[in-house]
Each structure stands twice: as C-alpha cells, then as structure tokens.
Ligand binder design. Structure first.
Ligand code: OOG
Ligand code: MG
Length: 262
C-alpha cells in the first residue's frame, strides 16, 4: 500500500460519484502515479463497502480482461476481478437507460453459478467443474468512468473493472456435459453480427477464469462462496452501444440473451 486510508476513501467516493452521476473523470493514476495493486483493490473494496452500507445487495463477481480480444482492445495484459450489485442487473429482454451511463459497451460472457465453496491457492479447472451448479448465457455492459475509456490496470481495478450493468438469460447448461471451449457465441447489434467467438477465448476454458478468481481471492484470504454468480470475462471484444440499439448474444445450445438501450 502507498495510499493512506483517507486517500483510499476519497478516491472511492470520487469514482463512485462519477458512476452515479454518469460523469467521466481523469484516471486516478495521473494524480497517484505510485499507487500499487493493493491500493487499487482497496479502493474497489471501499466502493463495495459504501454500496452495501447503503443497503444495496451484492449480486456476484466478475473477471475481466481474460481474453486476448479484450486485452488487445484495452492495451492491458492481466486478468482482474470486480463485483456486481443488484441494481446493475437487468432481465433478459429488458431495457437499459443510456442516460444513466457515460459511454457504454457490451460484451458476451459465459457465467457460472457455484454450488460449493471454491478456495485458492491451488484451485484448478477440475475443482471448478465439481463446484459448478450451472452455466448461463450473459452479457455485461461496461462503462469505464475514465475519459475516452482509456485507463491502466490499477485505475480500472479501482473503478470496479468498469462494471455497470449485466443481464443473464437463455437456459442453464451443465458445465460438465458441455464443451465450453468450442461453445460458439454470436453477438448481434440491430440484427447484424458484430462479433463472434468461442469459449476457449477465455483463458483456454472459461472454468479457468473461475479458478483464477478463486486463486486471486485466496491470496487475500477470501473465497468464492457456494451460490455465487460469476461472469468469466468477455468472449469477444466489447461493442459500443447507443440509444435505440437492440443487442442479442446467441450461445450455442444455450439460447440467447437480449437487451435494448433506451
Ligand atoms: C475492463 C473490464 C473488462 C471483461 O469482460 O473483459 C471486462 C474494461 O474493458 O473496461 O469486463
Ligand atoms: Mg466483462
């Protein structure tokens, strides 16, 4: 840690205000070039604490930057994790208000729901498959609070990895019966295909993303509790959306999930 508690709290409030007011800000490493990864997660956890302190409910965890497509698009090369809250969730086919967001992008993701605790270090794909209740098609709407969606790893971790909205739909699948590596994903905007990918884009197998999350949490003395909804990271690059756009992600054998921006 290089930041004191007061600065962590101030930066958390600053980033959360940017989120809640849909107002972009300059990346925090500009003013705090020496901050480290511990500082970055401390700010993210302070935002989470502020939200739960106001009575909002924790809804799940997410991994980010787990695919080459995303790492290349954002110019960073290490997976990161963040959290999801109930107010970020939308149902399949529901609307997302664009005026509540800064410059949203959407990305298709394979989500896992666990039925047993997962603990690192040493968590691997086998542990994840045993502990998985089902997988679910989902999409994440990311909305970096940073100007022009430009950031470095520490800034984006502090900003809760750009988490903004998410939607799950389609039908639940059995992670052990499906070949999650070859599972194809097609992203459509207004009826046109805008991106395609397969599960293997996410760290070779999306279950590896859950294992990595358990190991990252394990290093902090935390674990993934049974019953956690986990988004494993975008299968394709993220696609910008505007008012009026309808977006559908089709997942091979698992149906589709849609949202509309109004
Ligand atoms: C960071 C969040 C990345 C993913 O699925 O890769 C992410 C960003 O790109 O703004 O959620
Ligand atoms: Mg994502």
């Amino acid at each position: 840690m290089t930041l004191d508690d007061k600065t962590v709290e101030q930066l958390a409030a600053h980033l959360e205000q940017a989120e809640l007011n849909a107002q972009d800000v300059v990346k925090i490493t500009d003013a705090h070039p020496d901050m480290d990864f511990e500082d970055a997660y401390a700010i993210q956890y302070a935002i989470r604490k502020a939200k739960t302190g106001r009575g909002q409910k924790f809804a799940g965890l997410k991994m980010g930057l787990t695919s080459r497509a995303k790492m290349t698009q954002m110019g960073v090369d290490t997976p990161i994790f963040g959290f999801l809250m109930d107010y970020m969730a939308r149902g399949d086919g529901e609307e997302i208000r664009i005026d509540e967001l800064i410059h949203p992008k959407i990305e298709p993701e394979i989500a896992f729901v666990t039925k047993a605790d997962l603990r690192g270090p040493g968590c691997h794909i086998g542990d994840v498959l045993v502990a998985t209740d089902f997988v679910l098609p989902s999409m994440e709407v990311i909305d970096s609070r940073y100007r022009d969606f430009k950031f470095d790893l520490k800034s984006v971790i502090a900003d809760n990895t750009s988490s903004s909205r998410f939607v799950a739909g389609g039908h639940a699948g059995d992670a052990r019966a499906l070949d999650l590596r070859t599972l194809g994903v097609v992203l459509e905007k207004n009826g046109e295909v805008v991106a395609t990918g397969a599960g293997a884009a996410v760290l070779g197998h999306p279950a590896n993303s859950v294992a990595m999350l358990a190991n990252m949490l394990g290093a902090r003395g935390e674990h993934i509790p049974a019953g956690t909804y986990i988004m494993t990271g975008a299968v394709t690059e993220a696609v910008a959306v505007a008012k009026g756009d309808c977006v559908t992600a089709r997942f091979q054998g698992l149906g589709s999930v849609s949202v509309r921006f109004v």
